[in-house]
Design a binder for this molecule. Sequence first.
Ligand code: PLP
Length: 449
Amino acid sequence: MTTTSEIQATDSAHYMHPFTDHKGLAGKGARIITKADGIHIWDSENKKIFDAMSGLWCVNVGYGRQELVDAATKQMQELPYYNSFFQTTNVPAVKLAERIVGLAGDNFSHVFFSSSGSESNDTNIRMVRHYWATLGQPERKVIISRNNAYHGSTMAGASLGGMSGMHAQGGLPIPDIVHIEQPYHYGLAPTKDKDAFGLEAAGWLEAKILEIGADKVAAFIGEPVQGAGGVIIPPKTYWPEIQRICDKYGILLICDEVICGFGRLGKWFGSELLGAKPDLMTFAKGVTSGYLPLGGVVIGKRVADVLINQGGEFNHGYTYSGHPVACAVALANIDIIESEGLVDKVLKETGPYLAERYAELANHPLVGGAETCGLVAGFALMKDKVNHIPFDESLEVGMICRNHSFANGLIMRAVGDRMIIAPPLCITKAQIDEMMVLITETLDATLAD
Ligand code: PLP
């Protein structure tokens, strides 16, 4: 099994991939990624590809970081595994919990570790329900989320998510999870004043709370900027109003920072940039820059006080919670982000530069609603952007564009007809220029199709 076609044949015979239409791969075979360095990956035919998605929104410090390899090797030699169940702990997990609480700010005191965003969001559900039950309000268990959100693939994660395709498979959502519309200004109300739309969209939360009864609602969950839902950047009025509504009804606020956390929006956590003060924050991906699986929940003092001081034993945990090697890599990853000043660089240099370049991209005849926030960006492919007419869904223009992008040596993702990117935080301005050339060429090829 050495040639591309041999590996592809074995792949298709034995490996069921996540989120893949295997029939669609028939006769073509999957692209085999063999190596990576900086912001580039290479396939088995030695084609160099610009990875404008940081893998799956995670390789924030870029590929090929020897510091992370060294941290993993050293920790594997010292203590490759031990758990934190039953009154044991390990040093990298302790150090990482302290470090993350320090980055999250005064409102937070503890961290619970898992190995993924999905497990972390399951943890969130269990935590908020245990919180309300401990306070004598067990009927307060409804969690409000948003359409088109992605919060993971476990039963609870997919239920929190608002992806209709996922709900259709397997009878989701599980009970007591409901959804409101996403704050997608360009898609839902492009002619409306943006700030007024932000308030209106946040108002959908209040309407839902009143419909259900505030005494039944446990929490609201949302990503500061929805990622997999199409990079939906809310108007600046949205999150402060969501916060006001949660405070008014005493509802816990969970920010899913799996994509936005660890610097992607130009702050350590996206909620800080957008004006929310969550009680719980989900993290994963960027905490290790994807070098090893690690996730968790940063727990605010309001929740920690109840869970830790009043709640008794929390009957929840994973074999790999606080995995020492993953935690050691996360610590080394945070060292890189800090020593290279990547968070501030996104806020002050690369983020604004990407915004400038995306403003120019908006002149392309196919591009509608181009927007950026830090180092996430998206636009809609429009049939007639002047009159705001999208393409017929059945044409799958997003897929066509994505295929041109692949062929052109660029990883850009399609969510329906929205094209999205999230390049590594170590990207330079010159590399942003290089990426914009690839995006423009891809759009031209799509237009010519
Ligand atoms: N939450 C968000 C916002 C995500 O984007 C993702 C994954 O893309 C998840 C949760 C699930 O994370 P994981 O794939 O690590 O389970």
